[in-house]
Ligand binder design. Structure first.
Ligand code: NAD
Ligand code: UDP
Length: 338
């Protein structure tokens, strides 16, 4: 039986595909190439020395997805496919709800029709909203999300919970990611954002490579040790390995499972700048700007549930995250080739 990986050529998906194949798991990938390059497929094959089936298909295309389920022996699904830019989601809410929520509904309906009821879903720490205090635990109330992107994640979590209530033959795992950074050790796979990066690490690496002049720190008047925002950064390979455990969980038993994937440690923006400077030997000039609207002062996980129930724990620290991000950026200044 194969694992179907939606969005499998993207940043987190590609790293997860490599780790799945490294353990001998058969995979089938579906991606519409909206936010990735086809060369990501070649890099995954080169790294693993193995071939796999790739379908260029949109998850909203029920007919296309059905054909994949007819042609392949799919046992479970890891569902990464989605749009993820918070700012863009404010400008294009309909596109975000259509792609993320409607796309998931189409996928779930096709899965049900083909008797495949095991899914691992890419959720986000954003579902904890503005009202919970870190460290965040899975039993805290979710909602209170401030942007359309976050609302798509919250809505999909609700849909998946309702689906499980309606039919407990489903096995569903919601993974709430904290802040994935880093890249594959080889330097051949990493994050390749379009245009000006919104996220901290790709912005820093582009300053280091000379593509941007200087980092703007979004506020230094938060109630944190140095006044800048604190987040739980997690190495993308640790995150990928968390998915292998989650697939094992949904393949082993029915149920609705929810796990934070984070390290449990918070670093400030300036901590990350310092760690990156040490790892790369490059100075990162920065200026302090105003707060970014919708940002929290502090957001980090309690990571114990995943350890206790999945036997998973993030192993890679902030220095390694920065070294690997820099290796990827310096070896691929323009990201993946066209
Ligand atoms: P990404 O954009 O690199 O990967 C997503 C992939 O999905 C892309 O390759 C894109 O082409 C594909 N895709 C998008 N819409 C599709 C559709 N309708 N049909 C088929 N393919 C489609 O993003 P990522 O960082 O790898 O994130 C993966 C998932 O994890 C997303 O659902 C994202 O919301 C979630 N997530 C990411 C972060 C983060 O910081 N990167 C944090 C929390 C949650
Ligand atoms: N940040 C920043 N400058 C940037 C991008 C991000 O100061 O150019 C800060 C942001 O305010 C937050 C942290 O870095 O405190 C992480 O932001 P990111 O967008 O990477 O992730 P988020 O936690 O917001 O999803």
């Amino acid at each position: 039986m194969a694992v179907l990986v939606t969005g499998g050529l993207g940043y987190i998906g590609s790293h997860t595909c490599v780790e799945l194949m490294n353990t001998g798991t058969e995979i089938v990938v579906v991606d519409n190439l909206y936010n990735c390059k086809k060369s990501s497929y070649d890099r995954i094959k080169a790294l693993t020395g193995k071939d796999f089936k790739f379908y260029e298909c949109d998850i909203r295309d029920a007919e296309g997805l059905s054909k994949i389920f007819e042609n392949e022996n799919i046992g479970s699904v890891i569902h990464f496919a989605g749009l993820k830019a918070v700012g863009e989601s404010v400008q294009k809410p309909l596109e975000y709800f259509d792609n993320n929520v409607n796309g998931t509904l189409v996928l779930l309906d096709v899965m049900r029709k083909h008797g495949c009821k095991k899914i691992v879903f890419s959720s986000s720490a954003t579902v904890y909203g503005m009202n919970n205090v870190s460290p965040l635990t899975e039993n805290m109330e979710v909602g209170g999300v401030t942007n359309p992107y976050g609302r798509t994640k919250y809505m999909i979590e609700c849909i998946l919970k309702d689906l499980y209530v309606s039919d407990n033959e489903w096995s569903i795992c919601l993974l709430r990611y904290f802040n994935p950074i880093g890249a594959h050790k080889s330097g051949t796979m990493g994050e390749d954002p379009n245009g000006i990066p919104n996220n901290l690490m790709p912005y820093i690496t582009q300053v280091a490579i000379g593509k941007r002049e200087c980092l703007t720190v979004h506020g230094n008047d938060y109630d944190t040790p140095d006044g800048t925002g604190v987040r739980d950064y997690i190495h993308v390979v640790d995150l990928a390995l968390g998915h292998l455990k989650a697939v094992g969980k949904v393949e082993g038993e029915n149920g609705l499972f929810i796990y934070n994937l984070g390290t449990g440690i918070g670093y400030s923006v300036l901590d990350v700048v310092k760690a990156f400077e040490k790892a790369s030997g490059k100075e990162i000039p920065y200026v302090i700007g105003p707060r970014r609207s919708g940002d929290l002062a502090t957001c980090y996980s309690n990571a114990e549930k995943a350890l206790n129930e999945l036997g998973w724990k993030a192993e890679r620290g902030i220095d390694e995250m920065c070294e690997d991000s820099w290796r990827w950026q310096s070896q691929n200044p323009d990201g993946y080739p066209d």
